[in-house]
Design a protein around this ligand. Structure first.
Ligand SMILES: C[S@@+](CC[C@H](N)C(=O)[O-])C[C@H]1O[C@@H](n2cnc3c(N)ncnc32)[C@H](O)[C@@H]1O
Length: 295
């Protein structure tokens, strides 16, 4: 069987099984390609060069087994392959952390630094000396931030000791152990009087009603990484209350909130949220300056 035929077969199986996407891919074609390239041990984005090749029987078997596991377990492909990608950056993941997919990563692509620096209100990358990734999970955003701002010392905080173990592995993989400091903390509580030029956070933000309707793929992720009270804003409320005290003058707060923009603006009508555009549109991530939080 050719690679092309194997791909068609997997697409048909995944479609028939009605698996859900949203953990690194958004559609059946991308999901099947990712699984296929992994099983064939080929680089991402190399599919077209290999479509007419005939893989060994062992590789065909490995691929079919992987697709079967994806269908039967309903786990995100990322957990089965123990990897997730944000742009060109690979991270180790397993069931102890949510699968990385934050919109914030769109502005954290170090190789496109010149295009993205203005997003953080910065004119040069050396100006960020102290940064915080609150709710770090796998450490993915803390790592991108450290790569983006080469002079920054980065604190990466999470309540989950399991998540911090995964983050540690990724930090070491990227050789950033001297610049990223993992902290077990309930939001800001263990950070004392530390202050930062930049605070980013992708906190849990799924509201209670939505938690009840999650597809199995999402239920495979830690509940601690998803649920945030009745309206999905429990964590964000605390962040908004306490961020001012932890920001340096001129500092910026960047928080992802998913679909909760209207509820947030209703709850904080006086805050001048900015809603930068993401690939999926605006309204999923807000930014605020320290001065905006002063009142
Ligand atoms: C949506 S995940 C984000 C993980 C990672 N930053 C990313 O973008 O992939 C939220 C993370 O917040 C952590 N968390 C939940 N409640 C917390 C709290 N009260 N204090 C600190 N971290 C918390 C979870 O363990 C989880 O790792």
């Amino acid at each position: 069987m050719t690679v092309s035929e194997l791909l068609d077969e997997a697409i048909a199986r995944l479609e028939q099984a009605h698996v859900s996407f949203g953990h690194g891919t958004t559609n059946v074609l991308d999901e099947a390609v990712w699984l296929l390239l992994h099983a064939l041990r080929l680089p991402l984005d190399s599919l077209n060069e290999h479509l007419d090749e005939t893989p060994t029987a062992a590789k065909v078997k490995a691929f079919r087994t992987l697709v079967t596991r994806r269908i039967e377990s309903r786990k995100p492909a990322a957990y089965l392959m123990k990897e997730a990608w944000l742009g060109e950056h690979r991270f180790y993941v397993d069931e102890r952390v949510i699968v990385p997919r934050s919109f914030i990563a769109e502005w954290m692509q170090p190789r496109r630094y010149d295009e993205t620096v203005s997003f953080f209100g910065r004119t040069n990358r050396e100006s960020v000396k102290r940064a915080l990734d609150l709710c770090t999970g796998s450490g993915c955003l803390a790592i991108l931030m450290a790569l983006m701002f080469p002079e920054a010392q980065v604190d990466a905080a999470d309540l989950s000791a399991d998540a911090l173990d995964v983050a540690k592995r990724n930090v070491l993989d990227y050789n950033l152990g001297r610049r990223i400091h993992l902290v077990r903390s309930d939001l800001f509580s263990a950070l004392g009087g530390r202050t930062y030029d930049l605070i980013i956070s992708n906190p849990p933000y799924v509201k209670a009603a939505s938690m009840k309707r999650l597809p199995p793929e999402y239920l495979a992720e830690p509940t601690l990484a998803l649920a945030s009270g009745r309206d999905g804003l429990d964590h964000t409320r605390t962040i908004l209350r306490e961020a001012y005290r932890h920001l340096n003058p001129g500092g910026m707060l960047v928080v992802e909130i998913g679909h909760n923009r209207r509820a947030l603006e209703r709850a904080f009508p006086r805050l001048p949220f900015e809603w930068p555009a993401t690939k999926s549109g605006a309204g999923y991530v807000f930014t605020l300056r320290r001065e905006d939080l002063e009142a």
